[in-house]
Design a protein around this ligand. Sequence first.
Ligand code: AGP
Length: 578
Amino acid sequence: MLNCLGHLEYRGYDSCGIAVSNSSIQVYKDAVRVAELKKAIPPFEGSLGIGHTRWATHGKPSRTNAHPHVGCQNEITVVHNGIINNFLPLKQKLIEEGHAFSSETDSEVIPHLIEKYYAGDLEKAVERALADVKGSYAIIVMGYGENALIAARKDSPLIIALGDHENYLASDVPAILDYSSRVIYLEDGDIATVTADNVSFRNGGKSAKRTEHKVHWSVEEARKSGYEHYMLKEIHEQPNVIRDTIGNWLLDGEPLEDLKRMSEGGMETLLILACGTSYHAAMVGKYIVQELLGLPVRAELASEFNYYGRILPETLAIAITQSGETADVLLAIKKLKDVGCRVVAITNVIGSRVSRLADRTIITRAGPEISVAATKSFIAQLMVIYWLMMHYARVEPKRQAELVLQLRQMASRVAQVLDKESEIAGLATYFAKYDDIFFIGRGINYPVALEGALKLKEISYIHAEGFAAGELKHGPFALLGPNKPVIGIVTNDATHQAMLTNIREVKARGSPLATLVSEGDDSTDTLADFVITVPQVDPLFSPVVNTVVLQLLAYHIARVRGCPIDFPKNLAKSVTVE
Ligand code: AGP
């Protein structure tokens, strides 16, 4: 069990635990890495057990919040991946019915629900309990005195690996590859009953058949789910990340009282602070705030803010940081807190220092991001900003409804962009030979041009720069020529005409040219050497689809150049020094 868990730590490593069923159910768990837990567990015999490594989404990393979770009678124990969106009302009801909870997690409602419905048949109790659950889950349930494990999945991955008089369940293939390469992938809605010698499936109340597959991956390959690099895997995870990140917000009431006070004039300035890619999310955020709330807003580089930033009274600050550990951001928060400002953090890591410093923390649900180049965390940050600002938008109800609809469609729009990967990879072979590449955009896509350039810089070592297209004539034009290709983001918004002029000016100076345009827009067909079309979306959401194109382009250019994509030289995933 511990070896399998060790192979899963790349997916989550802030706490872990196992449970074994012998004379009773014994649970060993803590906010430590698997290797530490190993030292704390007394040797035990057994043949039935479950385990979990955690990536906190609800409740900080701690022993009580670690999995497995148990019901009141300590007879039902569960490990869960995913997010139970309606856990609060379920928990409230179970407490009214006498259940006692020990953790802050959403997952703990599951063993209590199963316990509530248990009448001698564990599989039936699991099926009944899941009928009450809204959200995503991969669960494994162990009942005292049972010789089977019950597993179920919806939107979170779960597999079964077949052995000789032994069977394994896991959230991903790397966990079990040391023991088996015969794998069955559970489908959404599946409930599986697994013993050491048998596996059966039900779906929608009927029994179901599932196919066995042979896995030919090494553990390392499997960790990347067969992708060559974590970065590409994380780019392809974005549709799910979008669904997970906005999943429950569309249900909840008041996302951010501070913003409510702000939109009612209770505060004067909104300051969005960050570094690197998160700063580009802050810049996109500035345009969204201006567009939807019409409030005074600044997007500032935390590293600069720490030295000159004047803090206006009545400032509400939003600090964006994937890791939650970026020193420049932490310093900025301290500076703001010293003068009594309210600080809201948007981070991807529960329990990170930023979440302990800020007055309020909003978690993006991108899951662990391994590749140094931030991709899915950026898109998740945008989703949080869209939702927050749409909630307090000063727009007509019809417009707000339109925006909510568009937000709900973002996951499938991004999936459409991912379907264009081979086309974008083809383009990358052309651009990979250049040592200087420029990105241009206007308005809400100016920060996207900056992000495209940063991704390319980070992983391909090409000198890439992003420019506000209107600035070209004030200097950068001098750089253009046959060896200096330009990638122009030509979105169908108020900047369209001006961008077309800039595109013509770039062409006139002999730079190879690629354009990103919305489907159906042929305005650059005769100007550009290459045209990449993105799905039609409201211009406010165009940074999402445009960025995914530029992520894929940077990835494939770096791949053609044979660069160490996931761990580029001189960079760290979390910059904890000033
Ligand atoms: C982005 O790909 C880089 N890894 C880097 O610019 C990063 O965005 C920056 O260091 C900020 O990190 P944070 O979001 O964890 O604070």
